[in-house]
Design a protein around this ligand. Sequence first.
Ligand code: RUB
Length: 320
Amino acid sequence: MFPIETAEKIKSMEIRGAGRIARAAAEALRAQALCSKASFPLAFVDEMERAAELLVSTRPTAVSLPNAVHMVMAGIGRAKTVEEARAGVVERADEFIQSSQHAVEKIAEFGARHIRDGDTILTHCNSEVALGCIIEAHRSGKEIEVFATEVRPRNQGLITIRTLNDAGIKTNYIVDSAVRSFINDIDLVIVGADAVTVNGAVVNKIGTSQVAHSAHEARVNVLVAAETYKFAPRTIIGEQIQIEERAAGEVLPDEIARTLPHVTVRNPAFDVTPAEYIDMIVTEQGAIPPQMAYVIIKEYLGWDIGEFHKAFEINTGHIE
Ligand code: RUB
């Protein structure tokens, strides 16, 4: 699929979830590189940069998206010909997609070990990696039960309960506001992430911080399943994660909103859970306490300070 089509599908949430968004963007850049008719390297770079910007502009919160685009675009490197640049992009895109799929499997394997036989797990939203851990625990023979939230306003919980049902896992479907009522029945909370900041805070679907707060109060452990490409390098230089605010119509139909001129609907799609409410983050490199996010950004994601400066210059339009 080409970048324009992929961008539309990400915007409309036909493609959603941080990992899937990242892989779709890598795939779109690969398709663009393969079909490019650019006859000299600068034209190729220009075309690829426009595609990259379009993809990154679709949804602002999931850091996996700019990280994936950055990794694929780095394939252009110092290519001297269009063919070299094209091959570099294709190679990096393939590498990213493969390593992303491998990461999802590794996290399922590691995360499942934290689930005990007889555990009741609560999950919020629809995270491929969080569900991977749960399904792997079930597959390995552990008797488990799940509570899954509805996830207003887009009801991603429906996708979650279908997946759990298809896997044959006993599941309870609850409205978001019922989490605290059931928290004492829960042994472990498992959620995914759209971004992890340098101080170990986790950005995920709106409501995650309330779930984590309830869990913390009830002394229930919170496990976050997140691939290393969901860690946000630019938070090291003080950049904040932008929380997407979506259309009011997702929460309140326009025809009702029109009759309520004094009412403003707010619809943030994500929230921030502080590190102190998170017990561990399971990555494909192993489990870490959230306070070790810096190590993942530096050691595994491999961003060096030169790249921070470059990213900073691009963002501020300031070139030294
Ligand atoms: C999805 C969401 C998911 C994370 C992780 O939000 O918050 O928990 O993206 O998902 P939306 P995954 O539905 O608005 O995209 O583990 O699949 O990457």
